[in-house]
Design a protein around this ligand. Structure first.
Ligand SMILES: [Zn+2]
Length: 464
């Protein structure tokens, strides 16, 4: 116990719960009947419940019957697209983009983006998500929503080469303007949309800017096998090879999806410093009937972290990272033909430390206990981003294997309390920072103008 812990009241004490822990080899365990002490937005202590009895604290949460997990991280989404949830259903990728999504997105206003982001953040906080990586337009509005609602986010202004140099410059200006905002809860990246919408010149310029300004890069690449084949036919190289030859793979890069990654790409993704990461959002791959999923096992073999994601709700229909965790486990078992692969503990490792690394918030790498900063683990020195999950429901009892209960029996709706940087954003399922009925009311009024496609415009052309 540090002297400070005895001298002044902690900001928050959570007691009586089981706590998901990582040992020094990152193996997942659970400490029963534990307490978490939070001070200054940071986990100060994880100890036995008995050790905090009588301790003074600004806020005290009795969490008996619950499990404390690191908050879930949505490693790739387009949060404001919740406004388009269910608008383009049962379509192949090309028609989904060209006939519905990109025409509708040409109507987007800053207020639509803001309302969409508010609804998205409400959904994520309710589902135990404490941090998200967002790749969209009018991102100043999203940054304001993140600052107000208390979440943590990696934010990026997306661009296409069809916007000219201005798109790239706007992405950089956004990243520099908001980096470290909201008391450090906002981090930023450069965001070319994808190798099929951003040309090599712009990708190479992005890589240079990333080095110059110390910024990561987040983009879609090798989303599906069709894109890989189209790139080979058109350019003679895969999308991952495009990222390699333009220098993007020499930056801290987060690649969305990667279901089109092929064997020959793997040596390019293998990096001694481990700065490449991939985000997987499996529900959309099923829905678009893509024949492959993210090659999680091959990426693991070369040390590339795979974070969990939902993509936008226009394709995924929800921002439910809990579901992404369960689906990742199931789909990996099925595609590998191996029930022993992607165990519940592995799924929880993807949901926690691998997702934190994917969004650049893994903290220092020198062991969990001694790490400084970062998220994805409940340990002294880590930011206090965590959720309390109720396991008293009939669908989660009895508990023979807590990891299996969490991954395969529990649901996002079992999250009772969501905490970011030590601040409670949802208490006993009540959202404390977002007025959902008011957001839904105003968004509803705006929908007819938003979904109008009679103008015949679209923001971009999908033509892989
Ligand atoms: Zn996406």
């Amino acid at each position: 116990m540090t002297p400070a812990a005895t001298e002044s009241p902690a900001d928050l004490v959570i007691t009586g719960c089981a706590v998901l822990t990582h040992d020094d080899r990152e193996r997942i365990g659970f400490a029963q009947d534990s307490a978490i002490v939070v001070r200054g937005g940071v986990v100060e202590e994880v100890t036995g419940a008995g050790a905090v009895a009588g301790r003074a604290a600004g806020e005290w949460i009795d969490a008996r019957g619950q499990v404390a997990l690191p908050g879930l991280i949505n490693c790739h989404t387009h949060a404001p697209m919740v406004a388009l949830r269910g608008l383009a259903e049962d379509l192949p990728t090309e028609e989904w983009f060209n006939d519905v999504i990109w025409p509708v997105e040409s109507n987007l206003t800053a207020r639509d983006v803001e309302l969409g982001a508010l609804l998205a953040c409400a959904e994520m906080i309710r589902g135990g998500v404490t941090c998200f990586a967002d790749h969209y337009f009018a991102m100043d509005e999203v940054a304001a929503v993140v600052a107000g609602c208390g979440m943590r986010a990696l934010l990026e202004e997306a661009f296409f080469s069809s916007q000219g140099a201005e798109g790239r410059e706007r992405s950089l200006a956004f990243a520099l303007r908001h980096r470290g905002a909201a008391d450090g809860r906002i981090t930023t990246a450069l965001a070319p949309h994808a190798p099929y919408t951003v040309d090599d010149t712009d990708l190479a310029a992005t890589a240079r800017l990333a080095h110059e300004h110390g910024l990561p890069v987040h983009l879609h690449a090798a989303e599906n096998r069709d894109q890989t084949e189209a790139s080979l036919a058109r350019h003679g190289v895969t999308p991952i090879e495009v990222l390699h030859r333009t220098g993007v793979l020499d930056t801290d890069v987060l690649i969305a999806h990667g279901t089109g990654i092929v064997e020959s790409d793997l040596p390019l993704l293998e990096r001694a410093d481990g700065r490449t990461a991939v985000a997987t959002a499996p529900r959309g791959y099923l829905k678009f009937a893509w024949p492959h999923t993210t090659p999680v096992r091959a990426l693991r073999d070369i040390g590339v972290p795979v974070g969990l994601a939902t993509d936008g709700a226009a394709s995924n229909n929800s921002l439910d990272v809990w579901e992404s965790m369960a689906l990742t486990s199931l789909i990996q078992k099925s595609t590998e033909g191996d029930p022993r692969w992607l165990t519940s503990r592995q799924a929880l490792h993807h949901a926690t430390l691998q997702s934190a690394r994917a969004v650049g918030l893994g903290g220092s790498a020198d062991g969990i206990g001694g790490s400084v900063g970062g998220i994805g683990s409940i340990a002294p020195g880590r930011r206090a981003d965590l959720v309390l999950v109720d396991l008293t429901g009939p669908h989660t009892q009895p508990v023979h294997d807590l990891a299996a209960t969490l991954v395969h029996s529990a649901r996002a709706a079992d999250v009772r309390t969501t905490i970011v940087d030590g601040r409670v954003l949802m208490r006993d399922r009540e959202l404390l920072t977002i007025d959902v009925p008011e957001v839904v009311r105003e968004l509803g009024e705006r929908l007819p103008a938003l979904v109008d496609r009679s103008h015949g415009r679209r923001i971009q052309e999908y033509g892989t």
